[in-house]
Design a protein around this ligand. Structure first.
Ligand code: NAP
Ligand code: MG
Length: 405
């Protein structure tokens, strides 16, 4: 069988721990035998980030901007304990944060549904995609502890020298203080990314903030979405029979729980962080969640939503068997390959991505699954628990069969 050809390379961002092990297994077993795989490789594993003083992360994001489509392995975001463990000279920033900031992107996360695992919320029948604004707010906040009594003020000095000053609080005791910001340009990009993704996937778009409490900050988000919708997207939405609506975040939570699914829920940065974990857990597991970062000018970075699965990695290092679920990482590859195929007009590559995902779903539907999923399966299904290697081998067998058919 001839290998499937690629035109433009994918930007490949390798990562850490268990997901780094799985990364290689996926390439060796599911990609390299079938595709003449072209990638521009960056090692975002923590040792290489330390060696390059994190330059490698910046270079990889630049390559993402240059080539358009990247696939990223989970990476460690260092904390104090990791600084000791890896003997780091600095507590390097989250690579995801760096890449998101450079691409000014929106993260879309959607669960992978299979018949044998029913969502905890019984009425959910279709996936709910969370669109997370990945810039600013609490993630770029300035904050500190207030040592004791005193006046906290918010001061803005314009380029022309005019300034506004407002009292935040007259502290009579120690406390905490934080300031957040966002930019109209970033909120606009977020809105465009959401409306376009809704059109691409033909799903309704919901957006929620707390503008009744945050009368300037959240209100700005609401107004920018409204303006952009009316100006650029209403006609197309009506033509496709999809809708956009805004509501308060607490109302949205209630509606989401009562819904059937099948729409995009756009969230501010922090809401998206929290709600995507809630939604993915209720659908089954973080290991069954796809994630893609989309920039306003159409650059894509595909990744898994979960971390490096450290607990499994320590077991792996001791030579113990691990049953880590590779689904989200496989889907990061299939998503990136499909997008590359669409952009380069390579129908074989698009078909390969579809068949790879089909092979994964068929394997799971046959009851062959990693241990994290076993406990989630509804009654009446027979399950064969397997380790990661066995799962990938079962997928490969199905994939090879359909590709040579
Ligand atoms: P995690 O790697 O997502 O794992 C947390 C737990 O969730 C695991 O111990 C495991 O539970 C379960 N789990 C997650 N993914 C799984 C999979 N594919 N298959 C089976 N079980 C899975 O989160 P963490 O342990 O909090 O973080 C570990 C490292 O990842 C941290 O250094 C963090 O900085 C990093 N991180 C990276 C990203 C990213 O790059 N996108 C995102 C989040 C965290 P059991 O142990 O019970 O089996
Ligand atoms: Mg989170």
């Amino acid at each position: 069988m001839d290998k499937i050809q690629m035109k433009t390379p994918l930007v490949e961002m390798d990562g850490d721990e268990m997901t780094r092990i799985i990364w290689k297994m996926i390439k060796d077993e599911l990609l390299l035998p079938f595709i003449d795989l072209k990638t521009v490789y960056f090692d975002l594993g923590l040792p290489e980030r330390e060696r390059t003083k994190d330059q490698v992360t910046i270079d990889s994001a630049k390559a993402n901007i240059e080539y358009g489509v990247a696939v990223k392995c989970a990476t460690i975001t260092p904390n104090r304990q990791r600084v000791e463990e890896y003997n780091l000279s600095e507590m390097w920033k989250s690579p995801n944060g760096t890449i998101r900031a450079m691409l000014d992107g929106t993260v879309f996360r959607a669960p992978i549904l299979i018949d044998s695992i029913r969502p905890v919320v019984r009425n959910w029948k279709k996936p709910i995609t969370i669109a997370r604004h990945a810039y600013g707010d609490v993630y770029k906040a300035t904050e500190y502890r207030v040592p004791g009594p005193g006046k906290a003020e918010l001061l803005f000095t314009g380029e022309d020298g005019t300034s506004f000053r407002q009292t935040v609080y007259d502290f009579e005791c120690p406390g905490v203080l934080q300031s957040q910001f966002n930019k109209d340009s970033s909120i606009r990009s977020f809105a465009h990314a959401c409306f376009r993704f809704a059109i691409d996937t033909r799903q309704d778009l919901w957006f929620a903030t707390k503008d009744t409490i945050s009368k300037q900050y959240d209100q700005t988000f609401k107004l920018i979405f409204e303006e952009i919708y009316e100006k650029d997207y209403r006609a197309k939405f009506e033509e496709l029979g999809i809708t956009y609506f805004y509501t308060l975040i607490d109302d949205a939570v209630a509606r989401v729980i009562r819904s059937e699914g099948g729409y995009i829920w756009a969230c501010k940065n922090y809401d998206g962080d929290v709600m995507s974990d809630m939604v993915s857990t209720a659908f089954g597991s973080l290991a069954m969640m796809t994630s893609v970062l989309v920039s306003p000018d159409g650059k894509f970075e595909y990744e898994a939503a979960h971390g490096t699965v450290t607990r499994h990695y320590y077991r792996y290092l001791k030579g113990e068997e691990t049953s880590t679920n590779p689904m989200a990482t496989i889907y990061a590859w299939s998503g990136a390959l499909r997008k590359r195929g669409e952009l380069d007009g390579l129908s074989d590559l698009v078909r390969f991505a579809d068949l790879l995902e089909r092979a994964c779903i068929d394997t799971l539907d046959a009851g062959i699954m990693t241990r994290d999923l076993v406990g989630l399966v509804s009654e009446g299904y027979t399950v064969t628990p397997v380790n990661t290697r066995q799962f990938i081998a079962a997928v490969r067998e199905r994939l090879a069969a359909v590709l040579s058919a």
